[in-house]
Ligand binder design. Structure first.
Ligand code: ARG
Length: 564
């Protein structure tokens, strides 16, 4: 019999169940063809300064290059940025306070104009214009801004001498002088928001409608809510780019399909990859169960998001650590994992905080919940007695409708067993992280002693993962706050500062293990699962792997088989 064609329903294709996690499936250097992608929703923005969706950051790797970039690597090497536009990694000086980069030679935008250090500096300046260009990460602002003369961005402040913390001594050199040491600076130089933007092409808030590119592709056509087509950037030079194989000639993203329809057309071979990475829904999961071929084309990676419950010491009676510990002991971990969706599309149970791929990851189970993980109710009652609340108490748990609500209900059921009577307060989904759980004022207004939430790092380091959740200096009173418990422990803060000027990665990991232990002593974070998703890969796609820094398929690495 002839060998089945790639994509044929009887050909399992290369790989196998979970084969694109930690390794690359279907290796090929073949160029050409069209990669067909699908997503339920549109990009948040094509302005590199204004995107925060992980999948759009991965898409940005096709369109834009940055001084540093995460390499095309399925293993842990993928977690360390490599020089992209830059010739080498950032050269640190003054105890990680200054960082110097030099651009490669021969770099051009897709309109043919050369890329200079001024274009990188201009991208950095744009980040300061949050009033006009909101949406992206802002880690650089406090590191570079002078509080005595805050910079308002290039639209409101035309002074070329403004932002003296970023210097461009010549067309290829850029120097950052930080206010405080920052050991992870190369990671910030890998975020899309620092992709060079030529001043001559900047249209401010409308830049995303017609962005320039430095990557192998540029936008050919974007009809919001309908499709996004990419074509090759004729001015991208393969010889200057150590990261991107740039195999397909064209990339077509179909936008706006319903979740089940998307799964159906994906598994039928009409699309290659769900770019958005939401994962297969229930209907498709059920079809998989009885179909070994389909199953062999799926991957079940960790997303690197932690799902957890935040406990607020500023909302009584959670000001008493015994009360917070009682909640930890009373948690029925199995029930909570089921509420998340179970071990495959929910996640791996965890009693520690760091995702396993980070160096600081340690086995830590500060509040064991018994051999069956259903809760240690005696320990919980002992903590309540120590708090002077042996009969329990009334409190409120905040959540949002949908999946977070199921988790809240499982918490209610867990702690009811020791007399803690929780009422559920649902907050608005769209503004949950900005104005709901992320607003210290909302937490106080509704007395939300407990909050259901999740978090994924913006860059894959210990600082990137844990600092926003526990650093007292990162509490944002105005909203968008991730340190929901408002933990402000001088010892935790000091350990974090020490990590930021420590150059040795092993020593840094040790400091972060201390931070994690201290945070767990405070009992302000009840970790539940490290989230997992179930992704489908078409056998037609080459070089498929889940990027360890992002937890989703690295679309820029992909090619299309059988295009000759
Ligand atoms: N840190 C944000 C969160 O947990 C976004 C994480 C994913 N996005 C990203 N670009 N890393 O919701």
């Amino acid at each position: 019999a002839p060998a089945p064609a790639p994509g044929d329903a009887h050909d399992p294709g290369p790989g196998g169940w979970n084969a694109a996690v930690g390794a690359m499936v279907n290796l090929s250097e073949q160029r050409g063809g069209t990669l067909r992608l699908v997503s339920s929703a549109d990009v948040d923005s094509l302005d590199p300064a204004r995107t925060y969706y992980v999948w759009v950051w991965l898409l940005q790797r096709m369109l834009n290059r940055t001084l540093m970039a995460y390499p095309t690597e399925p293993g842990t090497a993928g977690l360390t940025p490599v020089p992209d536009l830059a010739e080498g990694p950032g050269v640190p000086g003054d105890g990680n306070r200054t960082w110097t980069y030099r651009l490669r030679e021969g770099l051009r935008f897709d309109d043919g104009t050369p890329v200079t250090s001024a274009d990188v500096r201009y991208a950095v300046q744009r980040i300061f214009a949050q009033d006009m260009l909101p949406g992206g990460p802002t880690y650089l602002v406090p590191l570079l801004d002078d509080p005595a003369r805050p910079y308002a961005g290039p639209y409101r402040d035309g002074d070329p001498e403004a932002l003296p913390a970023v210097l461009t001594p010549d067309d290829r050199t850029i120097v950052f002088r930080l206010r405080t040491p920052f050991s992870d600076f190369d990671h910030l130089m890998a975020q899309p928001c620092v992709a060079p933007v030529p001043r001559h092409a900047d249209t401010g808030a409308r830049y995303g409608d017609a962005p320039r590119s430095t990557g192998p592709y540029r936008v050919a056509d974007h009809r919001p809510g309908s499709h996004l087509h990419l074509e090759r950037n004729p001015h991208w030079d393969r010889a200057t780019d150590p990261v991107r194989p740039a195999l397909p000639d064209r990339v077509e993203l179909t936008i706006g399909l319903g979740l089940d329809e998307m799964d159906e057309r994906l598994t039928a071979g009409e699309f290659d990859i769900n770019l958005e990475g939401r994962g297969l829904q229930h209907a498709a999961q059920n079809r998989l169960a009885g179909d070994p071929v389909l199953r062999s084309r799926t991957d079940n990676p960790k997303t690197s998001f932690l799902h957890f419950v935040s406990l607020q010491p500023h909302v009584p009676p959670f000001d008493n650590p015994h009360v917070r510990r009682a909640v930890h002991y009373a948690a029925d971990k199995i029930l909570l994992q089921e509420a998340r969706g179970g071990p495959v599309t929910g996640g791996d149970l965890t009693t520690a905080l760091f995702p396993p791929r980070l160096a600081a990851h340690q086995a830590l189970d500060r509040y064991p919940t018994g051999p069956d993980l259903r809760g240690d109710l005696d320990a919980a009652r002992a903590e309540l007695a120590a708090a002077g609340l042996p009969d329990g108490f009334d409190a409120v748990i905040g959540t949002q409708r949908g999946k977070f609500r199921l988790v809240a209900d499982a918490v209610v059921e867990s702690v009811a067993r020791v007399g803690i009577r929780l009422t559920v307060k649902e907050l608005d989904v769209a503004t949950y992280f900005s104005q709901g759980a992320g607003s210290p004022e909302t937490i106080r207004k509704h007395g939300l002693g407990l909050i259901v939430t999740d978090w994924g790092a913006d860059f894959p380091t210990e600082y990137g993962f844990l600092a926003p959740l526990v650093d007292g200096r990162l509490i944002r009173p105005g909203g968008g706050n991730w340190n929901i418990a408002e933990l402000d422990d001088p010892e935790v803060n000091a350990l974090i500062d020490e990590s930021l000027h420590t150059e040795d990665p092993a020593a840094r990991a040790e400091l972060w293990r201390d931070v994690e232990r201290r945070v767990m002593d405070h009992a302000v974070i009840l970790p539940l699962v490290h989230d997992k998703t179930l992704h489908y890969r078409s056998p037609r796609v080459t070089n498929v792997y889940v990027h360890p820094a992002f937890g989703l398929y690295d679309v820029q690495a992909m090619g299309v088989a059988g295009t000759r």
